[in-house]
Ligand binder design. Sequence first.
Ligand SMILES: *Cc1c(COP(=O)(O)O)cnc(C)c1O
Length: 397
Amino acid sequence: MTMIEASSPHTMNTYGRVPIALSHGQGLRVWDVNGKSYLDGLGGIAVNTLGHNHPKLVPALQDQIGKIIHSSNYYHVPNQEKLAAKLVELSGMTNVFFCSTGLEANEAALKLARKFGHDRGIERPEIVVYEKAFHGRSIATLSATGNEKVQKGFGPLVEGFIRVPLNDIGALKAATEGNPNVVAVFFETIQGEGGINAMRIEYLQQVRELCDQKNWLLMIDEVQCGMGRTGKWFAFQWAGIVPDVMPLAKGLGSGVPVGAVVAGPKAANIFQPGNHGTTFGGNPLAMRAGVETIRIMEEDGLLENAARVGAHLKGALARELGGLDGVVEVRGQGLMIGVELARPCSVLTTRAAEAGLLISVTADTVIRLVPPLIITIAEADEIVALLVPLVKQFLAE
Ligand SMILES: *Cc1c(COP(=O)(O)O)cnc(C)c1O
């Protein structure tokens, strides 16, 4: 029995960790270093699109590692063009910049918006952001984030953000009324860290229209809700709109760090040589992971699976927990599901692990399920069977 240290003397104290260490996995199942098994309802926080040890992904990555892992952007990386073409086809947008993480993708989006302004003679561009948003932990992206806990201790924050509430077109218009410096509106279609809060379809359409009228960039952070999780490639596609800028990361490489900013015609030519770059972004291993992840998702019908199993999972949770005293709401779309309780419930993360289920609690009160897209109906039922008794016991305390 390997004991996992509660504190690690040599790594920085940045995470409140569950006291287990995972050793290997197969599909939806993972095992810790002591051989205990877990059902994976978290997927590495919406990252492990294809679950663990996928029989089609692993040989492809092994092949790539044996050829070339990294070459730098001094040279062409053929799979960059291949993955970009695929993302363009799936999104209806036009050009892609590759990076490695979500915050990097968002940082690039913020730079695009500022330069879009400067190119039009706006010296002090301002970007509309939202309450409860999460865009990352760099100085600029934490400034765009709508969570004081993320910002506390890191001031001065980056200027040039206007914050508005979700789903209120009147509030957005009032906050930007007569302001010639606004250049972009930036939000998550479904907020992840903020507690699984969705933008309504009508609101998405209204903001698209407003951005067209005002010549602002519509920038949609699909880092968590994108890449098929909701049953469409990108969650905004439920509203039939196309943004001007879309940051992606998490699920794009099925566990290999891959980030991307996809741009439409209004934003595709803003960056010129020297304006932006990164060492790791778009490297051969990352690009192979992205290309193969999308290929396998298409071959195996994983969007359809996400929609079908997600509806089943949400329905079962709503039946078992909806309406109970202490349960505020069961919500979400596809395989992005939140169960909001009336009081903080972070303790459930550890209790669920003890019971053999990996989940997370976000925004203090929201149980979050973002499992791999390969999940079956039987596995969804197993998640419900493990989670429901824990929640009921918690409610009774
Ligand atoms: C996770 C997340 C980020 C940050 O991604 P990192 O890879 O952790 O930098 C940004 N936006 C959203 C919506 C996220 O869920």
